[in-house]
Design a protein. Structure first.
Length: 134
């Protein structure tokens, strides 16, 4: 009786295994489940590795950002000096050129012609057709 149960169980297990192996209809749910488990596992591993890397590289990142900050401070001082010299030249020449341009953010949609990077179609929030945009 016991041998008969074991052989019957093995027979049904073989049938189920064969059906799973040869039938794409039965394979798809198992494949989707295993794929989702694998994706969750890989995403967790990637997240863990990224957090460890960020933690380890904090010192280097802070030092790099401090160097960049010093560089940009020097550039800002240089730009202020150039702007002062420019205003002095304009004042000496009695120029009425507007020196404070109005700047706005735009989004590039596409090129006007393929391969011509000098002309672009732009999307602007507040477009005034009477105004000249440079």
């Amino acid at each position: 009786m016991n041998k008969q149960r074991i052989s019957l169980t093995l027979f049904f297990a073989g049938c189920v295994g064969g059906a799973l192996y040869f039938s794409p209809f039965l394979q798809s749910p198992f494949l989707k489940l295993s794929q989702s488990i694998k994706l969750v596992y890989l995403n967790q591993i990637q997240s863990f590795n990224q957090s460890v890397t960020e933690h380890v590289n904090q010192k280097n990142t802070i030092l790099r950002l401090q160097r960049e900050n010093r560089y940009y401070e020097r550039e800002l001082l240089t730009m202020h000096q150039v702007a002062d010299e420019y205003r002095n030249v304009l004042r000496e020449q009695n120029s009425s050129i507007k020196t404070l341009p109005v700047i706005g953010l735009v989004r590039t949609i596409s090129y006007v012609r393929m391969g011509d990077p000098h002309k672009l179609w732009l999307e602007m929030d507040h477009f005034d057709p009477k105004q000249v945009y440079g």
